[in-house]
Design a protein around this ligand. Sequence first.
Ligand code: FAD
Length: 302
Amino acid sequence: RAGLPIAAPCDGPIDVSFEFFPPKTDKMQESLWTCIRRLAPLRPKFVSVTYGAGGTTRERTHETVVDIRRKTDLEPAAHLTCVGATREEVDAVARHYWEAGIRHIVALRGDAPEGAGGYGPHPGGYAYAADLVAGLKKVADFEVSVAAYPETHPEAQSPDADVENLKRKVDAGATRAISQYFFNPEDFLRFRDRVRAAGITVPLVPGILPVTNFATVCKFSAACGAGIPPWMHGLFDGLDEDPETRKLIAATLAIETCRALAAEGVGEFHFYTLNRADLTYAICHVLGVRARAAAAATPAAV
Ligand code: FAD
């Protein structure tokens, strides 16, 4: 990675999308909208809103997605999972989205709620994301994105079985795969090779998580199929009480990752914003993604 040029060298413009989570309180609602207002001028391809574990945010996700549709010219996508609901219930949620003008769903299996002892399909529910994709396509002609795992989903029988599962999701109608976050660009690139070798041709978009709270990411990562490379511990060592420095490091790391991927021809990035705009905005700026008024500007030096 050391020899990379300073500016993002990807041919052509870079597309981005932003992921938010539905706010729980008025204050969180305010931060979400501050974040949306800051990022909207970057003209993302779409913005998506997550669905709480176990379907716990069904109403809040719906409200947020529909609010974005009504109040902005952004293209909102609703995350939807199979957890804790029958097929009919999930189909009804999807139909409501369609009626509200939402045309893009990020279709996921989801995870069991904490303490439930692992995932099990709901009786009468969609068992896996591939089943959900097929079900959604019967409800309406949604654009459907799905999840992909550069380091393999933790419950997969094998890395190959996980890629076969991605193929099933695409064969069922998904037209984009968004990756779980990762910290070694090589993991994503090797995964892309395996995905292409399996005959999957839809865009494979890297999910970028700018890490501001390293301790939380460590706790979360093992369970979700993302490894923390040993060098990262050293990088954040001694900074538990120093959020300012952590933020600078987080920006540098994510920028390096994105530039390494752009150098390998990756032209689309999905950002896990955690409803905060600053890091994502800075990374987009380095990638040459600019507010519309300044769209002709060239990528800046880091
Ligand atoms: P699937 O594609 O169904 O795969 C799940 C596992 O089952 C894999 O190990 C797969 O290999 C295996 N599998 C699939 N089919 C079969 C089969 N027939 N037989 C045996 N094994 C099989 N979670 C939420 O709760 N809400 C969200 O909003 C959310 N958003 C996300 C967004 C992105 C971009 C990503 C990457 C993840 C997101 N998640 C979300 C997390 C996701 O729900 C979990 O990672 C979940 O454990 C797997 O979901 P999936 O859609 O990848 O499942």
